[in-house]
Design a protein around this ligand. Structure first.
Ligand SMILES: Cc1ncc(COP(=O)(O)O)c(C=O)c1O
Length: 402
């Protein structure tokens, strides 16, 4: 007789739901919740994208296709990246993936052997850490300095004999930071010295709000042969649910990723790939309008939060988020930590944001300015009230008149 239940894979079982997904799924005990936890642009994708998806579905262009993706789409991605990153890519350097997330995981699975170390810079997107573990590697978290980037000493000290890869994400989720030229040069030298791969996640690259965009390879083109550039249609074209992304890199690596995909997802949905062709075929005006709108939102949110007692702000250069430091506010108000802050904000004001701890930065929270505008401003209004009224409560508690 069998007495025990079958067990799960250890790595997956230790992991749980991605913190960003779990945060969005958390139920607010509030009659009118407002979700500012998700990094998802407002509204549907451009009309031509939706029309292309509908046409592909209606016309039955939905049979199995090439594992690496439709040649036309690969070619468009290669041209787009060659133009933006200033290096030469052809379609052979590109694989189309089911979102940027899958591109990063597959790249890690193709380069890591068990026990290999991968450097991740805090504050980081939490899936980086979990994906490294899933791929059999060991995440090494590099701490951040005052400007939310690693100090040169920390950068240098993190590399070692086991370093196999580095993940660089800029503009960063959650801080919106972009690395300066000095740090990029030092990083590039270290990556070469330690013979490591570098995965450059530029899913927010076109959402750089302080133009121009300065992609990694444009600054250090000599690293092209050890660099895997990850792209996504999710944020750039508001195509989150289409699950479409891409990776570009040297031929042996892309070949390995194609073999892997041929034994797993095969390729992303054909409907999405046809939609992707329409997206990259646009003239850029739709994207410009999105960047203009995001810049206005960032500036307004910064303006309305600036000067609030206990909050420290670092202006993001891109992406969709603010990442305020609330360490002083927590102390002033006797709130234990950022997780407790997020819970109370959700339950008392119905506003969902994410705690900094899940990004490797305690005492912070991430708030998105990308969602439906009415919700963003309503959420911001409630957040301000929460921050201020709790100040009044705290003062009242210790008997101080304001
Ligand atoms: C830094 C970063 N990389 C990659 C992704 C993956 O995006 P997708 O899989 O939707 O392309 C996200 C999504 O939030 C992200 O924030």
């Amino acid at each position: 007789m069998v007495s025990e239940n079958p067990t799960l894979n250890r790595l997956v079982a230790s992991m749980g739901l991605s913190p960003t997904m779990a945060g969005a799924a958390a139920i607010a005990c509030h009659p009118d919740p407002v979700d500012l936890s998700i990094g998802e642009p407002e509204g549907p994708p451009p009309l031509c994208v939706r029309e292309a998806a509908a046409a592909a579905a209606l016309e039955g262009r939905t049979r199995y296709g090439p594992v690496a993706g439709l040649p036309e789409l690969r070619d468009q991605v290669a041209q787009d990246l060659s133009h933006r990153d200033g290096v030469a890519y052809t379609q052979e350097n590109v694989i189309i993936t089911s979102g940027g997330k899958a591109a990063i995981l597959d790249a890690l699975r193709c380069v890591l052997n068990p026990g290999d170390e991968v450097l991740i810079f805090a504050p980081y997107w939490p899936s980086f850490r979990d994906q490294v573990v899933l791929a059999g590697g060991v995440p090494v978290i590099v701490p951040f300095g005052e400007d939310y980037l690693p100090t040169l000493a920390n950068l240098e000290g993190s590399f070692g004999a086991l370093t196999k890869a580095v993940i660089l994400n800029q503009p960063s989720n959650p801080t919106g930071c972009v690395w300066d030229a000095t740090r990029i040069q030092v990083l590039a030298q270290l990556v070469q010295r330690y013979c490591a791969w570098i995965i450059v996640d530029q899913v927010y690259g076109t959402l750089t709000l302080e133009r121009p965009e300065t992609p990694f390879l444009r600054q250090v083109p000599e690293l092209q042969d050890r660099c895997i550039v990850v792209e996504s249609f999710s944020k750039r074209f508001a195509m989150t649910g289409y699950r479409l992304g891409a990776a570009a890199g040297p031929l042996p690596l892309i070949g390995a990723m194609v073999s892997l995909a041929s034994n797993s997802v095969t390729h992303p949905s054909m409907v999405s790939q046809h939609a992707g062709i329409a997206a990259l075929g646009m003239d850029g005006k739709w994207e410009q309008a999105m960047v203009t709108s995001l810049r206005k939102r960032r500036d307004r949110m910064m303006g309305e939060l600036d000067g609030l007692s206990g909050l420290r702000l670092h202006p993001p250069k891109g992406a969709l988020y603010l990442f305020p430091n609330i360490t002083d506010w927590l102390v002033d108000h006797g709130v234990a930590n950022d997780i407790e802050f997020v819970r109370r904000l959700r339950e008392e004001s119905g506003v969902k944001v994410l705690p900094g701890s899940v990004f490797g930065a305690k005492g912070h929270f991430r708030i998105s300015y990308a969602g439906p505008e009415t919700e963003v401003w309503e959420g911001l209004r409630r957040l301000r009230v929460f921050l201020k009224s709790r100040s009044v409560c705290a003062m009242a508690k210790i008997g101080i008149e304001r």
